[in-house]
Structures are given as C-alpha cells and as structure tokens.
Design a protein. Structure first.
Length: 425
C-alpha cells in the first residue's frame, strides 16, 4: 500500500505596492516627463485638478544659457547650445540678403538643401548644373555664394577646401599654410613636421607655427539641422554665496503640478451606490498620486543635499570631484541603490561651473581617495606640463603624486578626453 504524504512548504516573496511602484516610476522621469505624466493623469482621473506653472520653462532655459558659462572641457548646456550648429533657416536668410540675381539665387538655394549634415557640398558641379538645367557658370557662382555664407567653410567640396575657406577669413594668414593644406594634410595628421620642413625648405619653427594655425581650423565647421535647439532644464541649481555657503534651489514654479479637485470631492458626498464608490476610488487614487509626487520631490531634495555636501569643494571652484558611491547615498536616504540610479538618470543641475548631469557627481574611487574626475584632471595637467610623455611615464608621474593607475587606465582616460598619444603630441 502506497503511503501518500502531503507536504506544506512556506516561502516568502517581496512585492512592491502600487504606490511605491508609482514613486519609483516618477523618480525615473525628468521634469518634462513628469509634466507629461501629470497631464495624462488629470485626463484619466476627474478627482485631480491641474495647476499650471507660474513661469515659462523655456524662458528659464534661456536664462541658464545666457547667465552661466562653463570652462572648456566641462559638460555644459550652454556649450551644447553654442556649438556651431546652423539651421537651414539661418542660411536661407543669409542667402536672401546676399543680393544674388534670380537664377543664381535659386541654384544656391537648391545647393543649401543638398549640403551634407556637416555642411559639405558633395555633388559634381557639372552634374548639378545639368540636373538643375542651368549653365555651369551659374552653378559655380551659386557655389561661391554658398561658400560666402557663415560659418566659414560651409559649402566646401573637400576637407582641404573647407580649411582654405576658413583660412581666407584671416587676413594675416601665412601663405605657407595654404601649401601645407593642399599638399601635406596627411603628413600633418601623422606629425611628420621635420619631413615637411625638409621638403618645403622652410624652417622647423615656421612649419610648426603654420601647423598650429591649421589645427586651429575645423574640418566640420557646422552641424546642419532643421529643428529648433533643445535646452536642458536642470532639476535644481546650486549657488555659492560670498561667505562660502551653498544654497540649493529647485525650480518647481516652471512646471505644472496637481492637487485634489475640491468640486469633485463635494460632488462625491452627494452621490450614492456605484457612483459614490467610483468617486471614492478616484479620490483615493488622486491622493496616492499626489503623495507619490511629494515623495519624488523629497527624494530628489535628499539627493541634492548629499551631492552638495560631498562635492562642496567642487561647487566652490576649489577642487575636482571627490569619490561618491551610489550605494552609500542609497543607505543614507533609506532606499535601494537602483532607486538612486533611476533618480539621477537624465537629470541635471547647474552651478557657476556649468550644467552637469547628476550622475557626473557620483564618482568611482580610482586610487587613494582620488576620483575618476580627479585622475583625469591630473592626466591633463601632466600632459600640459610634460609635453610628450608616454602613457607609462604618465602612470609613473601619477604614482609620484600618490595615485596608482595602470598604463592601460591612463590610455583609456586620455582617449576619453581626446588627448592625442605622445607620438601625435
């Protein structure tokens, strides 16, 4: 006879409540995403009331752009907006003001819309003239008109022509620069300065001076786009007072918010049966969402205080960023580290040194209390001071300064900062 046994096993599983899931989702949203989320919630829940922003977020973004500048090499929303981006509308406006005759103006306008994203005209002029049904002479005049537009270099057919167009804007440009661009551009890229000097008969110092001028030019003087420039809206700002005190300011006035609709609550008191049950569910959902928005704000404020406290020297303009771990911030706030990770993604702060993603302030400790940012700053300093030191020599110099970093790590950081190898330097 087979004996049947009934076994009971007990297990535990952890599930997040709906309200906590909502908080985590809201933390992952930037300010624009949060605004969209609240507007959708208002459409779905009649117990919620929309509270419009007191100020324009676009106006604020413009204020950030004009008020704050960051030093070269740091991440900045202002720098992003000030790169040589050129809209097609701007080029068309310049063309209209250039006083071209009808056929030449129409051909030049067609050329504008055939430019590559980097501003090059890559079509053969004879083929262009045939397709446009115009004389070749008109096509050449149209190209000259396009190349006369700003920024200098636009409408070039080759890199060499692009650099020459920029060089023409410098009345004191050395004639040797033109020869080097036309015949020795690849050699310049290889760093063969001595070979160029031998072949041209110029002195090494003369060639080096021209090479520096050429390297100051850009092979991509513009980035063509047809869309309106997008501005970053920082989550909060950090301002340093004259006495060294740091203040944090959130910019909630620039975004809408939500609250319970008083009229809906009054109406729910007069309802009965299923209608009253529905109204109560909506009111409960509204209360939960409002609390979730408040918890998001509270969490962001705690994170802001941790960032400002730990990176105080940076905000005062004194030092590089110090090591700061996500898990330590999570323990202090009392949340899981993945929650902090979500909270810092796609969000920014601004300060006197520029506009930065929040994730930039969470730095890994590379060696002896030195963060990744600090090591990169030290590598830049060493490269400026030491000229053509190799990665191994840079690693040794870092060791003398109390930071132990491998040659491979130096090479990685140097590449990330767009610093040439010792051979190219």
């Amino acid at each position: 006879m087979t004996e049947n046994r009934l076994e009971v096993q007990q297990s535990q599983s952890q599930k997040l409540s709906q309200s906590l899931q909502t908080v985590i989702h809201l933390l992952s949203l930037d300010l624009d995403g949060l605004s969209d989320f609240m507007q959708n919630a208002i459409q779905e829940n009649p117990a919620l009331e929309y509270v419009p922003p007191q100020k324009s977020a676009q106006d604020y973004a413009m204020q950030v752009k004009t008020r704050y500048r960051s030093p070269r090499g740091e991440f900045s929303a202002a720098d992003m907006a000030d790169e040589a981006d050129t809209t097609m509308e701007d080029l068309e406006q310049q063309l209209r003001l250039s006083g071209l005759d009808g056929p030449t103006g129409r051909a030049a306008n067609i050329m504008l819309h055939l430019l590559s994203p980097r501003g090059y005209f890559t079509q053969d002029l004879d083929s262009f003239a045939a397709e446009a049904g115009i004389p070749v002479e008109t096509a050449y005049k149209a190209l000259e008109a396009v190349q006369a537009l700003e920024p200098a270099g636009i409408g070039a057919r080759t890199v060499e022509e692009c650099l020459e167009l920029q060089l023409r804007e410098r009345p004191d440009a050395d004639p040797l620069c033109y020869d080097l661009i036309r015949m020795y551009l690849l050699d310049i890229g290889k760093g063969s300065i001595r070979q160029i000097a031998r072949e041209t008969g110029a002195t090494l110092a003369h060639v080096q001076q021209c090479v520096e001028t050429i390297r100051s030019l850009s092979p991509a003087p513009c980035s063509l786009h047809t869309e309106t420039a997008q501005y970053i809206m920082p989550e909060f700002s950090v301002e340093a007072e004259a006495d060294g005190q740091l203040t944090i300011q959130f910019h909630n006035d620039y975004y809408p918010t939500i609250r319970q609709d008083v009229n809906f609550r009054r109406l729910s008191d007069s309802l009965e049966g299923h209608e009253q049950a529905y109204a109560r569910r909506m009111l409960s959902a509204a209360s939960q969402l409002i609390r979730a928005v408040e918890m998001r704000q509270s969490t962001m404020e705690k994170l802001a205080r941790i960032i400002v406290r730990e990176q105080r020297a940076f905000f005062l303009g004194q030092n590089s960023l110090l090591p700061l771990r996500i898990d330590s911030a999570a323990r202090e706030i009392g949340v899981h580290e993945t929650t902090v990770y979500r909270a810092i993604q796609n969000k920014y702060l601004y300060c006197a040194r520029g506009t930065f993603p929040l994730s930039h302030f969470f730095q890994r400790e590379v060696s002896a209390g030195a963060s990744t940012a600090r090591v990169k700053d030290m590598i830049q300093e060493i490269c400026r001071e030491g000229g053509k030191l190799s990665d191994r020599e840079i690693s040794e110099e870092l060791g003398k300064r109390g930071v132990t970093v491998s040659r491979r790590t130096v090479a990685k950081y140097r590449s990330q900062m767009d610093i040439d190898s010792s051979f190219r330097r």
